[in-house]
Design a protein around this ligand. Structure first.
Ligand code: SAH
Length: 227
């Protein structure tokens, strides 16, 4: 057993309390005020310690209203964008969810607060490994993280109730659409310089596409760029 000196322990507890206060304010001011209402999404974002998913030098900005760098030229999305994308997926504890673009692992942790079955693929191995061990250490070990190109999805685990892509694709990758269950939902930023967040809903025999809001994401790399 490790005994922490009393001072150090209470000091870090105070810091965690401060982050918790900032997190609750983030949800009130940035998420609820912009009309996100799904109680599962709000509770997940009140719970996941976003400050632990950003590099140490950015911890004090973790609850600000914007994206932040996470290394390797990539970013963790603005909290509101995480919230709206998660809400659009309409998931619950029984949903099987696939994320393309693990990045820091933050979005995967938000998904894992809601759903018991989360798969996430990250093309940059160093980010995949970092996110995987961070998720494990924070009790999100049920998230399965794979290093690789997410273009072809995760066929062994398909079909999914929901697919979320957190990098912008020039067009919607067909294999991901095919891995949706009937009734399934996919959210994906589509475009290059200008991008739109698209919601695709699969019914028995067709796909319904809806444009939600303009967004700006880092590009999806790999095979999607070759087509
Ligand atoms: N969801 C992340 C943010 C991701 S930023 C979070 O919560 O922190 C987008 C991520 O998508 C980057 O880490 C980038 O490396 C990754 N990415 C880009 N193209 C990809 C591809 N083809 N397959 C899997 N991951 C990809």
């Amino acid at each position: 057993m490790i005994l922490f000196p009393c001072f150090g322990h209470s000091e870090s507890k105070n810091k965690e309390d401060e982050y918790k206060t900032l997190r609750l304010q983030m949800v009130d001011q940035q998420i609820i005020r912009r009309d996100i209402t799904d109680p599962n999404v709000l509770e997940a974002m009140r719970t996941v310690p976003r400050h632990l998913f950003v590099p140490e030098g950015y911890r004090n900005e973790a609850y600000h209203d914007g994206p932040l760098p996470i290394g390797k030229g990539q970013t963790i999305s603005q909290p509101y964008i995480v919230a709206i994308m998660t809400e659009l997926l309409q998931i619950d504890s029984t949903s099987k969810v696939l994320e393309i673009g693990t990045g820091s692992g933050y979005q995967a942790a938000v998904l894992a607060e809601i759903s018991d079955s989360v798969y996430s693929i990250e093309i940059i191995p160093a980010l995949a490994h970092h996110a995987d061990s961070l998720l494990d250490s924070l009790g999100y070990g049920m998230v399965q993280v794979r290093a690789g190109d997410g273009y072809k999805g995760w066929p062994e685990a398909a079909p999914f109730d929901a697919v979320i892509v957190t990098a912008a694709a020039p067009k919607i990758p067909q294999p991901l659409i095919e891995q949706l269950k009937p009734g399934g939902r996919m959210v994906i930023p589509v475009g290059e310089l200008t991008q739109e967040l698209m919601l695709i809903t699969k019914s028995e025999d067709e796909f319904i596409k809806r444009s939600i809001i303009p967004v700006r994401f880092v590009p999806m790399t790999g095979e999607v760029q070759e087509k």
